[in-house]
Design a protein around this ligand. Structure first.
Ligand SMILES: [Mg+2]
Length: 340
């Protein structure tokens, strides 16, 4: 961030993104990134060239806007880059594809320090290395905006497999899940409860103190480590349907139930047993775990664990055989009480 004690005209010219300009900013960012194994031509020309040996590619995009999607008082630039990569990688993985490449467009306030862009680049690189080794950033764009905005488009390789859709679950299938359940939502609830000022605005000092107390839950929200590799594992093991859990298990499971024309019956014991744990598991979004169904008799592959079964029906979510209310679990208000 610029030194607020210096008047604008006394700041060194390289202290802001606007001061150094787009070309110099790119020169600082690109050496921090790898273009990955699938890049036949990386950044530097009009467009990149990415191998798609399968003859098809999976593509998805996600937009992160300061305000609705993140707050700089809570997230470091590194965490923004990390989360932007992680959420796109899970969407690719949820199709049963191996992530290959990202393109990243950033619009940043010109008065920001170049360290903002460097931090985002570092987070992108480290998330790719940790969650999807071999995938890289093959291109992107920089622009100026009063509102920091990060747009990521991700590509993936099906490697000859059929894509795993939301519509393939069949009665008798096993429901399985890989990853954390509810941690990201618990982290967000803590941030709102303990890291906002009297006016309800995000506060960086309070967030720093909260990080000391609950590093696990804060990290689950701000820089999650979803099981990206589990997507290919599930597809290879014969998953009949799959998605990544962005809005909570109940809401996302309902998408599978509706697309497949079945009911999904969760086991409260398998979800943790304790009612509070079950409530967070079903209602909590943003963990980006993988929810998949497998034919009965399939040996469920690690890191998946069995959490329920698919039954005949039509778009309903059940818990221990009892129907959830029409709205099911709402990530903002929790259980609607009707299944009591
Ligand atoms: Mg998704």
């Amino acid at each position: 961030m610029p030194n607020p004690s210096l008047p604008n005209d006394q700041r060194p010219v390289d202290a802001t993104i606007g001061g150094i300009g787009e070309i110099a900013a790119l020169r600082r960012i690109l050496p921090r990134l790898s273009s990955g194994d699938a890049a036949l031509l990386g950044p530097g020309d009009d467009a990149a060239v990415v191998a798609a040996s399968d003859g098809r590619f999976v593509v998805t995009t996600d937009l992160l806007v300061h305000g609705p999607d993140f707050r700089l008082a809570w997230s470091t630039p590194f965490e923004l880059g990390w989360k932007a990569a992680a959420t796109n990688l899970t969407d690719v993985a949820a199709m049963g594809a191996r992530p290959t490449a990202l393109v990243v467009a950033i619009a940043a306030p010109p008065a920001s320090s170049p360290a903002l862009l460097e931090g985002i680049a570092d987070g992108l690189r480290e998330a790719l290395a940790a969650l999807a080794p071999g995938a890289g950033v093959v291109g992107g764009d920089l622009s100026a905006s009063d509102v920091l905005t990060i747009a990521v488009t991700a590509f993936g390789d099906l490697e000859g497999r059929a894509p795993v859709l939301r519509s393939g679950a069949r009665a008798g299938d096993v429901i399985a899940h890989a990853g954390t359940r509810g941690d990201a939502a618990r982290g967000l609830a803590l941030l709102f409860a303990e890291a906002t000022d009297a006016a309800g605005e995000p506060d960086a000092n309070l967030a720093a103190a909260l990080r000391e107390r609950r590093p696990d839950l804060v990290r689950a929200q701000l820089a999650p480590s979803p099981p990206v590799r589990a997507g290919v594992i599930a597809a290879t093991a014969g998953a009949t349907s799959m998605l990544d859990v962005s809005d909570g298990l109940a809401r996302d499971a309902r998408r599978v139930a509706e697309a497949s024309g079945v009911d999904l019956d969760f086991s409260s014991e398998a979800l943790g047993g304790d009612p509070d744990v079950v409530r967070w598991a079903l209602a909590g979004g943003e963990d980006h775990g993988m929810l998949a169904t497998f034919p009965a008799g399939t040996e469920i592959p690690a890191p998946f664990e069995r959490i329920g079964r698919v039954v005949a029906g039509g778009g309903r979510i059940l818990l221990d055989g009892r129907e959830a209310g029409a709205d099911g679990w709402d990530p903002y208000s929790g259980w609607d009480g009707r299944a009591g």
